[in-house]
Design a binder for this molecule. Structure first.
Ligand SMILES: *Cc1c(COP(=O)(O)O)cnc(C)c1O
Length: 396
C-alpha cells in the first residue's frame, strides 16, 4: 500500500490538488464519486466488455525470440501497440468517458500536444455519442496535421490555443478555462497520471489492466506471475504506471522507467525530469519538474512527442524518491537505434516513445535466466516520417 495514493491525494511528498478556487467544485465532484463509480459491478462489466470487444484486449504478451537472443536474456513485449488506435491511451479515455456518463455529463473536453491523447479522446466520444472539444496549441496544430485531421474525422472540434508559446501548456490553460465555465455538463479527460488528485490515481487504475494481464500471461508462459524487470517509457507516466501497478508491492520485481534525454542530459534540449527536475507544482499537483532557479518551467525537448513533457506524474516522483523504481535517461539517438533494431529483428515498428524503453536493454547487463518485460506502449505508424529522416541522415 505504501506506493498507493493516500486519502489526501498524496504519494509521499508528491501529489495533492493545487487548483484555482473556481475549479474546486469540478474536481471535488470527481474526487467524491470516482471510486464509487469505478468499483461498481455495472461499471466494471461495461468497461471490461469494451476493453475486450472494442480495444481488442487482452493485448498479447509476446516473447521476442531474436531480441532475446541478441541480449542473451528473456525479453517479453507487452503489445499495447496492437490496441485499437495504436497505443495504451485508449484504456484511459474509455474509462474516463464511462465515468463522465455516470456523472451525467454529455460533453467532453481534453487538451493535447502531439495529438495522440486528442485522437484517443475523440475516438471514445464518437463511440459514446458525446460532444468533444480538443484544445491544442496553434503551433502544435501546424506540426501535427495528420492527428488533427483524424480528430476532425472522428467528429471532434479542435480549438487552437493562441496564447503564450501556443503549445501544450497553453492548451491546458484553455481547457481549464472552459471547464470552469461549464462545470455541470462537461468532463475534462486528462491523458496521463498527472493533474490534480484524483486524476493520477484514476488514470493509474484504468491503465492497471496492463499489469493485471501481465500477471496471468507470465504465469501461463513462464510458470510465475513475477518477472525480474519491467521496463516502460515515461512521459507523464501512464503506460509505465499501468505496467507497474500490480507489481508495486512485489519488491523482487525491478521497476524501470525510461526518460527522454533528447540531445543529451546537459545539452539544454531534453526531458529527463528525474535527473534535472526539482520539486514544484505543475498542472495541479506537486511533483518533480524541470524549472529555472526562479521556478519558471523549462521548455522540454524530445524527438518523441509523447515524452516531450517537463514533469512526471507525482506517483513517479515518489517511486523515484523512494528508489522503488529506477529511471534511465535515453537520448534521441539511442531510442532511434533501438527502434530500428526492433523493426529488423522482430518485424515490429515501435512508437519512438516505446523505443526509449527498448534502449534500456543496452544499459543493463541482464542474466540469462532473467525475465524482462518491456511495455510496448504504441506502434510507430505515426513516426514513419521521423524514421525515414533518421535513416536518410545515417546513409549520408
Ligand atoms: C502518449 C504516449 C506515451 C507517453 O505517455 P505516458 O503517460 O508516459 O504513458 C508513451 N507512448 C506512447 C505510444 C504514447 O502515445
Amino acid at each position: 500500500m505504501k506506493y498507493q495514493v493516500d486519502e489526501r491525494g498524496y504519494y509521499g511528498n508528491f501529489g495533492g490538488a493545487f487548483i484555482p478556487e473556481m475549479l474546486y467544485h469540478n474536481v471535488e465532484e470527481l474526487r467524491y464519486n470516482y471510486l464509487k463509480i469505478i468499483e461498481d459491478p455495472d461499471f466494471k462489466k461495461e468497461f471490461n466488455q469494451l476493453l475486450k470487444d472494442y480495444v481488442g484486449r487482452p493485448s498479447p504478451l509476446y516473447k521476442a525470440p531474436r531480441l532475446s537472443d541478441r541480449y542473451q536474456t528473456n525479453v517479453y513485449l507487452k503489445r499495447e501497440d496492437l490496441n485499437h488506435t495504436g497505443a495504451h491511451k485508449v484504456n484511459n479515455t474509455l474509462g474516463q468517458i464511462l465515468v463522465a456518463k455516470r456523472l451525467g455529463k454529455n460533453k467532453i473536453i481534453a487538451e493535447t500536444g502531439a495529438g495522440q491523447h486528442g485522437v484517443a479522446t475523440a475516438t471514445v466520444c464518437a463511440l459514446m455519442g458525446m460532444e468533444c472539444i480538443v484544445y491544442m496549441g496553434a503551433i502544435d496544430i501546424e506540426r501535427q496535421k495528420p492527428n488533427v485531421e483524424r480528430m476532425k474525422l472522428l467528429g471532434a472540434k479542435v480549438v487552437p490555443a493562441m496564447s503564450g508559446s501556443q503549445t501544450l501548456k497553453d492548451a491546458t490553460n484553455e481547457a481549464m478555462r472552459h471547464w470552469i465555465g461549464n462545470p455541470t455538463d462537461t468532463h475534462y479527460i486528462i491523458g496521463s497520471v498527472v493533474g490534480p488528485h484524483p486524476y493520477p490515481d484514476m488514470v493509474a487504475r484504468f491503465q492497471a489492466v496492463i499489469s493485471k494481464e501481465m500477471r496471468f500471461q507470465l504465469q501461463e508462459q513462464t510458470g510465475s506471475e513475477l518477472p525480474d524487470h519491467i521496463i516502460a517509457c515515461v512521459g507523464g507516466g501512464s503506460n509505465a504506471m499501468g505496467a507497474f501497478y500490480h507489481y508495486l508491492d512485489e519488491e523482487s520485481v525491478n521497476l524501470i522507467g525510461a526518460e527522454a534525454a533528447g540531445l543529451g542530459i546537459h545539452s539544454g534540449e531534453s526531458a529527463a525530469t528525474t535527473v534535472l527536475g526539482k520539486s514544484g507544482v505543475l498542472h495541479g499537483s506537486k511533483t518533480m519538474l524541470m524549472q529555472t532557479p526562479d521556478g519558471q518551467v523549462i521548455e522540454p525537448y524530445s524527438i518523441s512527442a509523447g515524452l516531450d513533457y517537463p514533469g512526471i506524474g507525482p506517483v513517479h516522483a515518489h517511486l523515484c524518491e523512494t528508489k522503488r523504481a529506477t529511471f534511465y535517461p535515453i537520448t534521441d539517438e539511442e531510442a532511434m537505434k533501438a527502434g530500428m533494431l526492433l523493426c529488423k529483428l522482430e518485424g515490429i515498428i515501435p512508437a519512438i516513445e516505446s523505443a526509449h524503453a527498448l534502449a534500456v536493454l543496452d544499459k543493463i547487463k541482464f542474466k540469462a535466466s532473467d525475465v524482462v518485460v518491456i511495455n510496448l506502449s504504441g506502434r510507430g505508424d505515426k513516426d514513419l516520417a521521423t524514421y525515414i529522416k533518421y535513416n536518410k541522415k545515417n546513409l549520408q
